[in-house]
Design a protein. Structure first.
Length: 194
């Protein structure tokens, strides 16, 4: 009996992640996934159990990578307001190929809403982490008089998450870096003292 071909699991999940970002969960077949990953059907099931389990792993990986990248931006920023601006500008700075792929977080919410407990739980966990980080940045920016004192940190963080999600959606449609930078500039201007 021939031994199944060995493969790099991380690389395979990355390939599946790209396939899911291109087609979503429903439109990406098991065959699409195994071909993208370069593995056989039995290897896919033996390693990941099924399409849903692979999707959940890809979603976790995607969100962990995004959050890690955002936190990296926050650490490097010279001020809390700069951190927020860098976050919004990050989409415009992505290479065009990356920018045109769907945000798996946004597409998973659009596709599943709260109907799938596993997907909803993963999204809630990472959304909560980003919400808390942005609330902290807004609070720090208020303390330094970089943003309006009247801003509510929790509401402002939700606004920023919504703005970021909207920017991800229009990036898929081909919005230019200049258009994305304009949106970021308007959002930041709206936070600053008059």
């Amino acid at each position: 009996m021939a031994r199944p071909k060995e493969f790099d699991r991380d690389e395979a999940v990355d390939c599946a992640l790209t396939a899911f970002r291109k087609g979503g969960f429903s439109s990406t077949s098991t065959d699409d996934l195994r071909l993208a990953m370069g593995i056989g059907r039995q290897s896919l099931y033996d390693t990941f159990k099924g399409k849903k389990e692979l999707y959940l792993e890809a979603l976790r990986r995607y969100l962990a990578s995004r959050v890690h990248g955002h936190f990296d931006l926050f650490r490097k920023a010279k001020s809390p307001l700069q951190a927020i601006e860098d976050l919004l500008l990050s989409i415009a700075l992505e290479n065009p190929k990356e920018r045109r792929l769907a945000c798996l977080a946004v597409s998973s919410i659009c596709e599943f809403g709260t109907a799938d407990a596993d997907v909803a739980s993963i999204n809630r966990e990472f959304a909560s982490t980003m919400q808390a980080a942005l609330e902290k940045l807004v609070t720090e920016a208020k303390a330094k008089h970089l943003v309006r004192a009247s801003l509510n940190a929790e509401d402002t963080a939700r606004y920023l998450v919504s703005t970021l999600a909207g920017m991800r959606v229009i990036a898929i449609t081909g919005a230019s870096p200049e258009a994305l930078r304009s949106i970021a500039a308007i959002a930041i201007l709206g936070l600053q003292p008059h």
